[in-house]
Design a protein around this ligand. Sequence first.
Ligand code: ADP
Ligand code: MG
Length: 285
Amino acid sequence: MSALVSKITTRGVKHQMTEPTLELKNVSVAYAEGANGVTSSRSSQYALQDVTFQVGAGERIAVVGPNGAGKSTLFKLIVGALKPGQGEVNIYGQGPGGHICIAYVPQRSQIDWTFPVTVEDVVMMGRVGQIGLFRWPHRRDWDLVKASLERVNARHLAKKQIGELSGGQQQRIFIARALAQEAELLLMDEPLSGLDVPNQEAIFETLDSLRPDGVTVLVATHDLNLAAERFDRMMLLNKRIVAFGGATAVLQPENLLQAYGGHMHVMDDKDFLLTDECCNHEERG
Ligand code: ADP
Ligand code: MG
């Protein structure tokens, strides 16, 4: 089934409000088969190793790191699509299964854009957790869908097929779906990739409008400048957490060298060039 509709859950779990919005404790994950199809328990096969961190309500976190660093794996763990080999993932004190408060937008490449659904259907999918799979949406649900589309400036796109939209519009529709879902935790996997600056800006404006709702946002990105400028904290990941904190503390050359290794070239004390050869992203910081 399309990744558009595969993350639906109709169960809700109770939040323990004294617990952090998101907490990972000593989480390690290894895929059963390594890249060459060989099962291995060697540490080099770990996609994530000994990952521990906490995120508070309303924080906006950028998750950065080279290709293969484990960013997508991290999001899949939080949303419950993957189980950790070791350690614990908790959202308000409960494991990931059954939360209807988590909205997850997969990487573009993992979505089947030919799946025939309209924009308003995609946004209505955000309501399924609240109304149940086999009941019809009520008036309030349609009102929420319309209001959510309004908030991302996309009311006029309601009847279009999702596949017809531009990349920036599609990302905004997914934010509208999270709004309709009344999500408290929004995970977006590389939503900025391939977007021009005005479209990236439109996404940030929309994310800014979530702040009063106290929505916690994690965004995986390759853009270190945007990560530094537009987020409260950044997590630099390379299977392990290399650094997690404010931009100045994280973007130290020794941290970047540890995360990006041979893909980083120090130009002088403060200037560096990153070449992520797997996907030809180039970034200057
Ligand atoms: P990122 O999103 O940072 O590029 P991923 O989480 O996609 O990183 O991948 C982390 C590591 O796990 C990589 O080495 C990747 O090859 C491996 N990996 C990801 N998905 C699978 C899978 N389904 N099967 C086997 N290995 C995988
Ligand atoms: Mg990824």
